[in-house]
Design a protein around this ligand. Structure first.
Ligand SMILES: [Zn+2]
Ligand SMILES: [Zn+2]
Length: 218
């Protein structure tokens, strides 16, 4: 997904505005994050906005990536600010009941090469402030290598071992969030995705709840 997606399904809800919630879908590579967002896009109503992943925008758009502190720091600062602006844009539109974020600002800590203190200093924020931005965090756990980790996303270069390490770092980064859900690796991938979709559904206002999840019918 390269553009902001407001799902196309006409809603029976007659409200123009909704109290807005932000939900982060996060997790290491290969955890099913993309599948969850795709199914949400196809099945939920027009009052859900799905943000593209800031890192994909940045690196897909040619921002230099690679080894070395200056590059790593610059890219994480840039990702942080892109994320902020994507979220702000949807908030200003006032239409969405839920903004689904493909990772949130705090994920940057998992990729930041120096101390956490320096991260907050360089992006000009604090963990406390960033935790307050999100109503819920759904962490899709990266499956062990034997359970089908793959390289579906071309801008991801992590190996299976690195993927597990990133997953662990993400867990650590969000540990103080009061509404965090872990969706663990089941053998049944569809089951895992359905758990996440239902968690999102619970956060929809009643006026927007009556959408059938057609994609997940067996
Ligand atoms: Zn509604
Ligand atoms: Zn709706």
């Amino acid at each position: 997904m390269s553009v902001i997606c407001i799902t196309g399904h006409k809603c029976s809800c007659s409200k123009d505005t909704h109290p807005s919630k932000r939900i982060v879908i996060t997790g290491g590579p290969g955890a099913g994050k993309t599948a969850v967002l795709e199914i949400a896009r196809k099945n939920f109503c027009e009052h859900i906005s799905i943000l593209p992943e800031a890192a994909s925008i940045l690196f897909g758009g040619g921002f230099p990536r690679g080894e070395g502190l200056p590059k790593k720091k610059a890219s994480q600062r840039a990702i942080f600010h892109i994320q902020h602006e994507l979220e702000q844009m949807v908030e200003d539109e006032k239409k969405s009941a839920i903004t689904l974020c493909d990772r949130g600002t705090i994920d940057g800590l998992a990729y930041w090469p120096l101390t956490e203190e320096l991260f907050w200093k360089e992006v000009g924020s604090t963990k406390e402030k960033e935790l307050l931005r999100y109503d819920a965090v759904i962490h899709m756990r990266t499956p062990p290598a034997e359970q089908g980790y793959n390289f579906q996303n071309p801008v991801r270069v992590e190996s299976a071992v690195q993927a597990a390490l990133v997953d662990k770092k993400i867990e650590e980064a969000w540990k103080d969030h009061p509404h965090r859900y872990f969706v663990t690796s089941e053998n049944d991938f569809l089951e895992k995705v359905l758990i996440a979709i239902n968690l999102i559904k619970e956060h929809l206002p009643d006026c927007c709840k009556h959408h059938e999840i057609k994609e997940l019918k067996k």
